[in-house]
Ligand binder design. Structure first.
Ligand code: COA
Length: 260
């Protein structure tokens, strides 16, 4: 599939995915959502990709939200499928079996904030501004924001941000746990790549199972989540990577994981 609204550039195991509509501050129109869905479906299957970094083209915006021009035309019959299409994309991103990190290089509003919330980690430029301003338009976050935001920053703060359409700068986003790290804007991509490469040096099967355990386990009662974790722990014991990881430690050398 040829993309018109996003760029995918694979370099040494990392897929760099950029939303590429800078003149519209990378707003997510329907075509962009479709291309991202195709891209993440392909990345999920692509064994040459070990991690993903998502960012926005230009130095102003990560993603300034869903495309308001398209939202203006919705009807009761089209709005629900529109939300579900966006939600499906966010769930695909969240379930990607390799680390997906958002490099938030500017405005991340509405659907852009929601896309960042679906990523496994969020690294922000010091110039980033984030928020869910949907109520100012008379709508609510529809790409998972009302569900993922409270799970990440807690119900009280999420309620405040959503109801007040609050905009938080990078420092405040970091303080409330909305982003994991903040870097000077010029260093954001290099610093994100450095962390991502570090994760890529660890056991890929373990990383995949850790993502699954956190994603699914955190939605279960504790006892079920613990059982889920123990099952993965048991499964990992059957991998070559576990033996290699332990052996390398004992031999005081770097492990050479094969991902099996
Ligand atoms: N959907 C569609 N187009 C958008 C957009 C969005 N969410 N956000 C920005 N754009 C477009 C603008 O319409 C403008 O297009 P134009 O040049 O053809 O008129 C272009 O991007 C630049 O935006 P502009 O508003 O001129 O930039 P700014 O620096 O003055 O303001 C924002 C930046 C992000 C504060 C402002 O664009 C904004 O508030 N956007 C909407 C954010 C939002 O509510 N998102 C949630 C949607 S559910």
């Amino acid at each position: 599939m040829a993309y018109e609204n996003i760029l995918r550039d694979d370099r040494d195991g990392i897929a760099f995915v950029n939303i590429n509509r800078p003149d519209k501050l990378n707003a997510l129109n329907d075509a962009t959502i479709g291309e991202l869905q195709h891209c993440f479906d392909a990345i999920t299957e692509d064994e040459s990709v070990r991690a993903v970094i998502v960012s926005g083209t230009g130095d102003k915006a990560f993603i300034a939200g869903a495309d308001i021009g398209e939202l203006a035309d919705t009807t009761p019959l089209t709005a629900r499928p529109l939300a579900m299409k966006g939600q499906r994309l966010m769930s695909t991103i969240e379930a990607t079996p390799k680390p997906v990190v958002a490099a938030i290089n500017g405005f991340a509003f509405g659907g852009g904030c929601e896309l960042a919330l679906a990523c496994h980690m969020r690294f922000a430029a010091d110039s980033a501004v984030m928020g869910l301003p949907e109520v100012t338009l008379g709508i609510i976050p529809g790409y998972g924001g009302t569900q993922r935001l409270p799970r990440i920053i807690g119900k009280g703060r999420a309620m405040e941000l959503i109801l007040t359409a609050g905009r938080v700068d990078a420092a405040e986003a970091h303080r409330i746990g909305l982003v994991n790290k903040v870097f000077p804007a010029a260093d954001l991509l290099a610093a994100t790549e450095k962390t991502v490469r570090k994760m890529m040096s660890y056991g890929p099967v373990a990383v995949r199972m850790a993502i699954d355990a956190v994603n699914h386990g955190s939605e279960m009662p504790l006892e079920d989540g613990l059982n889920y974790e123990a099952t993965f722990f048991g499964l990992l014991a059957s991998t070559d990577d576990v033996r290699e990881g332990m052996q390398a430690f004992l031999e005081k050398r770097a492990p050479a994981f094969q991902g099996r």
